[in-house]
Design a protein around this ligand. Structure first.
Ligand code: NDP
Length: 333
């Protein structure tokens, strides 16, 4: 599959170009950037054939079948709509858009056009999370009562920029990390969060945006979820703990882009370490996208998954802002 990349971004350079090239016939032909110099630098650095500042120039190339959007968040909506209108398949970064209406609209446009549209939620591609999901679905821990997510990290300096100081670009830890947590919870529990409460703060890094959040959610089944996400925590281990009526699962170091971590299952039979497949998360995401483009199965995370993860993140922000419980609005989906 031949791709056009929209955004001369870190995520494209660090993970996605390699993931595209790992597929049979996979090629990143174009990069589109807001800056000509950045587009050319990026193309030279990663061996990309063509670069432009005009997305429509890239979209008019009939060889380009799919578009990967990893610009800053406020640009996703317009770029995705253009790509869909041009008949391209779209893999869009999270959060899909800055508002629920825009996210619902882009996914609706793709659906009307009969175009494949997917969201790049990497965690559901991790061997660790696939194994956790399988344990829950197999009934190994009975019915889930509660989940705790530990996703407080130190944000590397090279990733700070707009993430810590630009609300217009969609900065802040909630739109950056809580969207992934929401998707992961939905993936594991196969149900949606219904209601949330939250407290945010800026603990030194965030300027005009929050860099830390603690929130609690109730699920359709009544299960309770606790999510702690931050950009400012050094030496904090990430993880997820799932407590069921018959046992518990502890995933250590698994809220990450890398295929690492450890899983432990605890039941009346004792404690057991769970093996899982080690593979690159992004390569699996692109592989499933490619297969879906051939009519074989679904992408790892659909457009609707992207709308729902954004809906939960927006509810968290609203709950923190208002200081009360917020019912998650999924925009009718
Ligand atoms: P970057 O900051 O690396 O890139 C985002 C945009 O910033 C680029 O598209 C580029 O704009 C601009 N930019 C890059 N470098 C510079 C620079 N030196 N000076 C000025 N502008 C610059 O962002 P990320 O790669 O971290 O994130 C991009 C998107 O991907 C976001 O939506 C984010 O939420 C998402 N993401 C998803 C991850 C996942 O695992 N699914 C992980 C990380 C990010 P231009 O296009 O105009 O060149």
């Amino acid at each position: 599959m031949i791709w056009g990349l929209v955004g001369a971004s870190n995520i494209a350079g660090q993970y996605m170009i390699a993931a595209i090239r790992a597929q049979a016939g996979g090629s990143a032909k174009w990069v589109v950037s807001g800056s000509n110099a950045r587009a050319q630098d990026f193309a030279g650095k990663y061996g990309i054939e063509a670069s432009t500042t005009d997305i429509d120039t890239m979209l008019s190339d009939p060889e380009v079948e799919s578009v990967y959007i990893s610009s800053t968040n406020e640009k996703h909506y317009d770029q995705a709509c253009r790509a869909i209108a041009a008949g391209k398949k779209v893999l869009c970064e999270k959060p899909l858009a800055m508002s629920l209406d825009d996210a619902v609209d882009m996914v609706g446009r793709a659906s009307e056009a009969g175009t494949l549209f997917a969201t790049n939620h990497h965690l559901r591609n991790a061997g660790s999370h696939l194994a956790i999901r399988e344990l829950i679905a197999s009934g190994a821990i009975g019915s889930v009562q509660s989940v705790r997510v530990f996703h407080a990290v130190p944000l590397p300096e090279k990733l700070q920029a707009w993430r810590v100081n630009d609300p217009v670009a969609g900065g802040g830890v909630v739109l950056d990390i809580v969207v992934h947590d929401a998707d992961t919870i939905r993936f594991h529990l196969a149900e949606d969060p219904v209601e949330v409460v939250a407290l945010t703060r800026s603990a030194g890094l965030g300027q005009g945006v929050e860099d830390s959040v603690m929130s609690a959610w109730s699920m359709e089944s009544g299960a309770q979820v606790q999510v702690h996400a931050s950009f400012t925590h050094r030496y904090a281990e990430t993880g997820i703990e799932i407590y069921g009526s018959k046992g518990s699962i502890r995933g250590r170091g698994v809220m990450t882009q890398r295929p690492v971590g450890a899983i432990e299952l605890m039941t009346d039979d004792g404690s057991k370490s769970i093996d899982f497949d080690i593979h690159d998360l992004y390569t699996r995401a692109v592989s499933l996208f490619d297969a879906a483009a051939r009519g074989e199965g679904d992408p790892a995370a659909s457009g609707i998954d992207g709308v729902k993860s954004l809906a939960v993140a927006l509810a968290v922000l609203q709950a923190a802002d208002r200081g009360n419980r917020v019912v998650v609005d999924y925009g009718g989906l």
